[in-house]
Structure formats: C-alpha cells, structure tokens
Design a protein around this ligand. Structure first.
Ligand code: GRF
Length: 204
C-alpha cells in the first residue's frame, strides 16, 4: 500500500489527524527530539526518526540527511505538518509533485509566520487554512484544498487559531487521501480533483 512520511517539529496534531483518519503512515520524522508529536507516533507503533537540524553545519547537509531518512521508507507522499524548517530548492525539487504542506491561512494571503495575529490585524472577515503542493517559494504552490473560517467580532489569536486548526484536521487527511488515490491533477499550476470533489470547506 502506498505510504506517507510525515515531517513534524512540534505538537503534531495534523499528523495525529492523518493517523486517526486511517491513512497509511509509514513514519514520522522530526527535526527536534523534543517534538511532542513523537510520543503519539511511538504509542501508535509508527516508526519515528529524529534528524536534528542542529547537528548539521548547512541546510544542504541537513536536507541530504533528511532525504536519506525519508527515502528509507520509500513513501509515495511526503507531508509537512508543522515542520518548521525552510527546505532547500534541491530538496523540494527531489520530491516535486509528492510533497504537501499545510499552512494556517487562505493562501496567497499571509504566507510565513503569525498568520492568525496578522489576519486579525488586517481585519479580514474570512481566514482559514490551505493544503498545497510545495514549490521552492515559501508557502506557495498549487492549492489542493482550502477551509474558510469566519473571523468573529471577539476573536483573539488563540480562539481563531483553534477554529482554524479544527479545519486543518479535516482538510489535510482529505488532501492526503486524494493524493494516494491518484485523484490530484495539476494543470498549469492549478489542482483539480478527479471526480469533481469540492476543494473547499466552510467551518460549521
Ligand atoms: C499548524 O497550524 C500548521 O498549519 C502549521 O503549523 C501548525 C502545526 O500544528 N504549519 P501541529 O504540529 O500539526 O499540531
């Protein structure tokens, strides 16, 4: 069965959502030994690997070690799930077309960090999350699915982040499943899902 390698740096709740959705997760790899998500993976009997970025002098050397760890599992799909390292172009191109990321905003709005605070400061009325194929440009790349979340009058960063996260847990497993089922087609940088499944969700 086709399998997924998930890269995390911390909590790992998106990784957990994929496991709980019954997706075939071959391994969880973290760049930080203290990533909380590793405990969950170990408890579920999933292989875990730690590739500490601090042990490598350059991004290239780290990415080479990471690629070696990933390739040992022969995954179909590599999923970034809260993986807080900027990847080299060489790494991204090696996994071109089979590297997904989840980002907590409606891209192309708010790439980068602190998306919820920036959404509140900008006064947007809709915020959300995006699953996209990874390209060498940060938080860019063909969009697979987005979830829209209303920004409510009394939202603060924590409340908004929690509602967006709940949607992340719905859209990332869906996107990964479509990928493994061979349903994702990229045409001129735009992703279509075979069978015309809706590529947007609205927070209930
Ligand atoms: C999520 O908000 C994800 O969109 C972002 O980092 C966070 C990771 O959370 N890239 P978790 O580790 O999956 O719980």
């Amino acid at each position: 069965m086709e399998r997924i390698v998930i890269l995390i740096s911390g909590r790992g709740s998106n990784m957990q959502a994929m496991v709980e959705a019954g997706l075939p997760v071959a391994a969880v790899i973290s760049n930080r030994a203290e990533a909380a998500g590793l405990e969950y993976a170990v408890a579920r009997g999933i292989a875990t690997v730690i590739v500490e970025h601090r042990d490598y002098a350059t991004r290239e050397a780290f990415d080479a070690a990471l690629a070696q760890a990933i390739d040992g599992f022969h995954p179909e799909l590599v999923a970034l799930a809260g993986f807080m390292r900027i990847l080299t172009e060489g790494f991204v191109l090696r996994y071109r077309g089979r590297l997904l990321n989840i980002h907590p905003s409606l891209l192309p709005a708010f790439p980068g960090l602190d998306t919820h605070a920036r959404a509140l400061a900008a006064g947007v009325k809709l915020h959300g999350a995006t699953v996209h194929f990874v390209t060498p440009q940060l938080d860019n790349g063909p969009i697979v699915i987005q979830a829209a979340v209303p920004v409510l009058a009394h939202d603060d960063e924590a409340r908004l982040a929690a509602r967006v996260l709940a949607e992340e847990h719905r859209i990332y497993p869906q996107a990964a499943r479509w990928f493994l089922e061979g349903k994702l087609v990229i045409e001129s940088g735009v992703v279509r899902v075979k069978g015309d499944h809706p590529q947007q969700l609205y927070a209930p």
